[in-house]
Write a protein that binds this ligand. Structure first.
Ligand SMILES: [Zn+2]
Length: 388
């Protein structure tokens, strides 16, 4: 095709001028079908800004760049088209925003390919949208809401994400460290007297951890607890993190209960590594925290006290994705009545189990919160292992 240039007239010129107006290089209105001096200046500016050869003419390459430049994120639905991938500045904006937030989209190349679709699906799942990998109005709104809060290049955390994905989709053979909080003679955590008895965070956290260990091991994971039921000495969180590092764990889940002077405080909260000021968070840990939180709220019906970034030792010093769940307030009569019931603790364990499983599901087969039948886990993971 002959380049369109100074002096040309016609519908193609009108379209070029329209795009130049959209991207702010020509003043409105875009009437005119003539490639005049202003058009040529605008095209030169555009070419310069895009690193194209600056000749003031619209050949194939400049046309493709102009055609891509007309799109702003949110103006059209984006999806992975198999035959001819969608290309545009809106795709690049989407990719850059996802990269900023720590999602692995590969390069921001303006092409809506497989890695972009997977990153969109992962983002959708984390914010509770239907995880279809396409970017429609709901996803754009969620990106606008969250994009400004979560910023900052996070190369080391992207590496963590990459390492996690490289470790494969199956639970089988993964090593998980389950850390019951507190324990030992000097550290019982939250203690609440109950007539002649007393309930302690250390004991209940250990019971939950032990149940979780059984479930995870049955699913083919290699599980380590950081402590036994009655450790002779108190173990610091620093020591717990070191233990998990030394074991080369793939995940760490720390189990605590909360306490508050006000008995009205109740609910479940999950924590991942991050600092509120620095914008640094653990992408994979953040995702696991979100899954744990949502599954517990859905399955156990506790108040949702959300997920939060923290720089506590057990989250900061661990080299694998790590979360700490505070599974209710022992000081709340409501939560306590539930937590002392072994059947309820079993539901909490099932919820954590489902969250761990969802971490390792490929995005395409993820399921809605609360829907995994944990009893079928063994069959599912065995099939996944066999398929590899
Ligand atoms: Zn605690």
């Amino acid at each position: 095709m002959r380049p369109i240039r100074r002096g040309d007239r016609g519908p193609a010129v009108a379209e070029i001028r329209t795009i130049l107006v959209i991207i702010g290089l020509l003043p409105e209105p875009a009437v005119g079908v003539e490639y005049d001096a202003d058009t040529e200046t605008a095209v030169r500016t555009f070419q310069q800004s895009r690193g194209l050869s600056v000749d003031g003419q619209v050949g194939d390459e400049t046309w493709r760049a102009l055609d891509a430049a007309r799109w702003r994120l949110g103006q059209r639905a984006l999806y992975q088209a198999v035959s001819e991938p969608l290309v545009g500045d809106d795709v690049r904006q989407l990719q850059e925003r996802l990269l900023e937030m720590g999602y692995d989209v590969g390069r921001a190349d303006s092409v809506y390919g497989g890695s972009t679709a997977r990153a969109v699906a992962q983002f959708q799942r984390e914010v509770g949208l239907a995880s279809d990998g396409s970017c429609g109005p709901a996803t754009v709104n969620a990106l606008r809401r969250l994009g400004r809060k979560v910023v900052g290049g996070r190369p080391q955390l992207l590496r963590e994400t990459a390492a996690f994905h490289a470790s494969g989709p199956a639970l089988v053979g993964k090593r998980i460290v389950v850390d019951p909080g507190h324990g030992g003679p000097d550290d019982l955590g939250v203690v609440v007297p109950d007539g002649p008895l007393r309930w302690t965070e250390a004991d209940l956290a250990f019971d939950i951890a032990l149940r979780l260990e059984g479930r995870l091991a049955a699913a083919g994971m290699r599980v380590n607890l950081t402590r036994g039921p009655n450790p002779a000495e108190t173990m610091s969180n620093r020591q717990r993190a070191k233990l998990a590092n030394d074991l080369g764990a793939d995940l760490l889940i720390s189990i605590h209960l909360d306490g508050h002077p006000n008995p009205a405080a109740d609910g479940v909260a999950t924590y991942h590594y991050g600092s509120l000021s620095g914008g640094v968070t653990s992408t994979v840990g953040e995702r696991l925290a979100g899954l744990v939180q949502r599954e517990i709220v859905a399955r156990a019906g506790m108040r949702n006290c959300q997920t939060h970034p923290k720089s506590w030792d057990v989250l900061r010093l661990t080299r694998m994705p790590a979360v700490r769940v505070d599974a209710g307030y022992l000081t709340s009569p409501v939560d306590r009545a539930r937590l002392v019931d072994p059947l309820f603790r079993e539901r909490v364990v099932e919820a954590i189990m489902a969250a761990v499983q969802r971490m390792y599901y490929p995005v395409e087969v993820d399921v809605p919160t609360g829907s995994i039948d944990v009893s079928k886990l063994r069959a599912t993971t065995a099939a996944a292992a066999g398929a590899r």
